[in-house]
Design a protein around this ligand. Structure first.
Ligand SMILES: NC(=O)c1ccc[n+]([C@@H]2O[C@H](COP(=O)([O-])OP(=O)(O)OC[C@H]3O[C@@H](n4cnc5c(N)ncnc54)[C@H](O)[C@@H]3O)[C@@H](O)[C@H]2O)c1
Length: 261
């Protein structure tokens, strides 16, 4: 059956691959991005996020089958950390909450994009994770700007994963028939990854990132994971790690771990 899906970051990389997959499966897709999209909006600002929500609400006829939030920025030494807080975290969470009514009406589900940096990049600020989850964008931005965006990136992606898992089981979400899940990709060959590879200081670090498969992921492989989570009715609060083996190589016994009561 044909559905109506909204995809942020639809102009490039993973978001573009998800958009193409959904279109190939016969669905209507409302793409959201800064350029080349059905709804052009800057998710870095509250006004841009409100514009995006209003644009999707107007285009979807009151019902959404799904929302995939791919818009995001990589951490780079010359990029403000507060910008990652705004785009990656608030650009995800405010789109999800802003479209809750349409998702409930359409029996929809959500897939957010986290990252394996959440478990493979050591030492990031848990204070920043908590500040994001507290919901005050200006305060979280201040915490973030005490360091650079390279270390803020995994914090924003951890906050996304925790927000999804905390809300997935709540009455407003699964209680309203809306499944919340997330994909945690490893290195995927997109313009974002190329931007990192080509950076003079970050590039050599990315080149050292272990890839047991011998290659980075391809965007359609992440689209497979996202469409699985959109469609599988038993996935609730799932964080699907798909990274070619990086995390299993670095931390084989870190998960699952016994619950200590
Ligand atoms: N590529 C990887 O290795 C990788 C790994 C893990 C997670 N991710 C995540 O996957 C998602 C997609 O990344 P990608 O690799 O496809 O990158 P990409 O750069 O190819 O695509 C990101 C898209 O987000 C859009 N975007 C950025 N800032 C925006 C803003 N302020 N408002 C609206 N749109 C904006 C860009 O215009 C672009 O179209 C991101 O959230 C990224 O953090 C990527």
């Amino acid at each position: 059956m044909s559905g109506r899906y909204a995809v942020t970051g639809s102009a490039s990389g993973i978001g573009a691959a998800i958009r193409e997959r959904l279109l190939a499966d016969g669905h209507q897709v409302i793409g959201i991005d800064r350029v080349d999209a059905d709804v052009v909006a800057d998710l870095a600002t509250p006004g841009g996020r409100a514009k995006a929500v209003a644009g999707v609400a107007a285009a979807c006829g009151g019902e959404l089958s799904g929302l995939v939030t791919c818009a995001g920025l990589a951490g780079l030494p010359d990029r403000p950390a507060s910008l990652l807080v705004s785009v990656n975290y608030f650009g995800t969470v405010e789109l999800i909450t802003g479209l809750r009514q349409q998702l409930a009406a359409g029996g929809g589900s959500v897939v957010a994009i986290s990252s394996n940096s959440t478990t493979c990049q050591p030492g990031f600020s848990l204070e920043l994770v908590d500040a994001c989850l507290a919901g005050d964008e200006a305060a979280a931005g201040e915490v973030a700007d005490r360091a650079d965006s390279v270390s803020a990136y995994p914090a924003t992606k951890t906050a996304i994963a925790r927000w999804i898992r905390r809300h997935a089981t709540a009455p407003d979400w699964i209680g309203a028939g809306i499944r919340l899940n997330a994909v945690a990709p490893g290195l995927v060959e997109t313009p974002l990854a190329a931007e990192q590879r080509n950076h003079p200081t970050i590039g050599p670090l990315v080149a050292m990132f272990p890839l047991p498969m011998g290659r980075g992921g391809a965007p359609p492989e992440i689209a497979d994971a996202a469409t699985f989570l959109l469609n599988n009715q038993f996935c609730v609060g799932t964080l699907l790690l798909i990274d070619g083996g990086t995390e299993a190589l670095l931390r084989p016994d870190a998960w699952p771990i016994r619950w200590e009561m």
